[in-house]
Ligand binder design. Structure first.
Ligand code: F6R
Length: 263
């Protein structure tokens, strides 16, 4: 795992975007992105959008797969992840909407929708680079604590903590759905590279557990310790509980130029 500790949200976004852009360029014009909703990746999307605008990155033929979707919202609801991804990813990054996918949380047959999503990811050749946030309880995607470390896309029940955390997007807590479809931890681990982003002291415990704790279903993100190409980009506040923060800072500061992420 590579841990990059940054001094500002903008730097977090820039480092994460540089890494994602590097993988996309290496993958070629048909690169496949895995995308997350929520606040954490927004600065990365800004950094990617700047690269697209300046012409240093072309995503017009790239595909994208979202991690998850609520179950229980009407299709087209502005907080459905299909809509959030359209606003925060598809439009700013100039992606072709026909190549942007979210699990179909509105389907009558949810199990078939999950199986179909796995088929669509496989049909696109798999995800080249998966962008992730992390929940305060250590979830990635909506794989809540106790999720199988080898799970695939499936229906999950959100914890009270996650519903409270996502209440800010809804008028009241009762409006936050209780269920979702989410890529599994096994699905996420199949991505060829992973970039996890976290900011703020509210994520410090989750980051400590994910990076330095035991690999356990009680901190689902800890499964990333098994990933060969996982980059964790965080700010000082999210790094506050890391025991080896000095080592990570020194490692990144002295990283040889040929190993750095290209802009
Ligand atoms: C989003 C997702 C979640 C979020 C996590 C952090 O699609 O799957 O795992 O990444 O809940 O959310 P923020 O970034 O809003 O703190």
């Amino acid at each position: 795992m590579e841990i990059v500790i940054c001094s500002s949200t903008q730097q977090v976004g820039d480092v994460a975007a540089a890494r994602v852009a590097q993988v996309c360029r290496a993958a070629g014009p048909n690169a496949v992105l895995g995308v997350a909703t929520g606040s954490s990746p927004l600065s990365c999307y800004t950094g990617l959008a700047e690269r697209v605008r300046s012409g240093s990155l072309d995503l017009s033929r790239a595909s994208a797969f979202a991690l998850d979707e609520y179950v229980g919202l009407p299709r087209g609801h502005e907080e459905s992840y299909a809509e959030v991804i359209r606003r925060t990813v598809t439009e700013p990054l100039g992606l072709d909407p026909a190549r942007v996918h979210t699990p179909d949380g509105f389907a009558d047959d949810l199990e078939a929708a999950c199986a179909d999503y796995e088929r669509r990811i496989a049909g696109a050749g798999g995800v080249d680079v998966q962008i992730l946030g992390v929940g305060a309880n250590g979830h990635i995607g909506f794989n809540e604590p106790s999720s199988s470390l080898s799970s695939r896309t499936r229906i999950k029940t959100l914890t009270d903590r996650t519903r409270e955390d996502n209440r800010r997007f809804f008028a009241e807590l009762d409006d936050v759905p209780r269920h979702c479809l989410t890529q599994g931890l096994g699905t996420i681990m199949d991505a060829r590279a992973v970039v996890l982003i976290a900011q703020g002291g509210g994520k410090a415990r989750a980051i400590r557990n994910l990076v330095e704790g035991p690999i356990t279903a009680m901190c689902p993100g800890s499964v990333l310790q098994f990933h060969r190409y996982a980059t964790v980009v965080i700010d000082d506040a999210a790094a506050a509980e890391l025991q080896h923060a000095d080592y990570y800072r020194e490692t990144y500061a002295h990283k040889p130029s040929w190993q750095r992420f290209e802009n």
